[in-house]
Design a binder for this molecule. Sequence first.
Ligand code: NDP
Length: 332
Amino acid sequence: PVYAPAEDRFDRMQYRRVGTSGLKLPAISLGTWHNFGDDTPLQRQRELLRHAFDLGITHFDLANGYGPPAGSTEKNVGRILAEDFAGLRQQLIISSKAGYPFVPGPNGTGGGRKTLLDSLDISLESLRLDYVDIFYSHRFDPETPIEETASALDEAVRSGRARYIGISSYSAERTRQIAAEMRRLGTPLLIHQPSYSMLNRWIEEGEPSLLETTAAEGVGVIAFSGLAQGLLTNKYLDGVPEGSRATQGKTLRDGMLSDENLERVRALNAIAERRGQTLAQLALTWVLRDERITSALIGASRPEQLDDTVRCLQSTPLTDAELAEIDEHAQD
Ligand code: NDP
């Protein structure tokens, strides 16, 4: 049946301005790193995207190599966008990225002009779109002059293939450099996409920190893996459940499920329970406590997880006492 989105979807979500730009993102955004490759039935993917949109999650984040196999996620999501979201393009914010190995050969990776623009062309074809809203340099490339990366990103916008430019996982210093270069070119940097969670606080560290740098540059922040890939949910409190990401190898490494980390997670869960929240909700209430964070970019393997997670937006703000207690456990 044809998809008719929930009419009250925009009332269910908060929207935050991205830095000093004219764009607003939902406080919760949905990523497609997992659960949208050819290993997941298309019907499940369809349900996830529809349910997210019904909850006011207007932003879907992708990248050239997501899968498996690499590249299949953009094809699958492209098909669903064409079949289910026809007529809704202007309400959606779709992002893609290039920078990690994708096309075979020496120019299939990095931050060079050919690498970035060829990858973007492939992504647009897979996604069946004329443009993405945000195109990212997925990582800083020390072998390519930052001016070349910036100029390729500027061209992505000027040629109409992207509305805005983002960078991911760049250090504070590299962020300052490319932001200056983008401003000079006339395509201001929109957003930075770093990892950030109660168990991973690198963006707060250093002088100046990444968060201080983005704020000074007027750049927004979309923080990924705020649930620490599921560790900051009630999922692993009593062991590793069947079908969870930890059983599927690779990305949620054993070290993350160490006794030390699990002890922290249980302590944080106790704080969440006292507040009448689930741990997932506390984890995102905490990420979004800082106004410099525009959006929390989460993943989900089923629609019910999204229902749980977005309820963080209804929670009472964290008190200073609660924040101090969280700091005792929330360490890298
Ligand atoms: P999260 O930390 O949000 O982890 C998502 C996983 O947590 C889900 O797949 C699910 O795991 C579990 N989960 C989610 N909600 C719940 C819940 N309510 N209760 C119990 N378990 C839950 O983020 P990801 O690591 O998935 O990353 C999110 C997005 O960030 C990616 O899709 C991608 O778009 C982006 N990203 C960007 C990177 C970059 O380099 N720029 C790198 C990594 C991610 P399960 O499958 O076990 O059910």
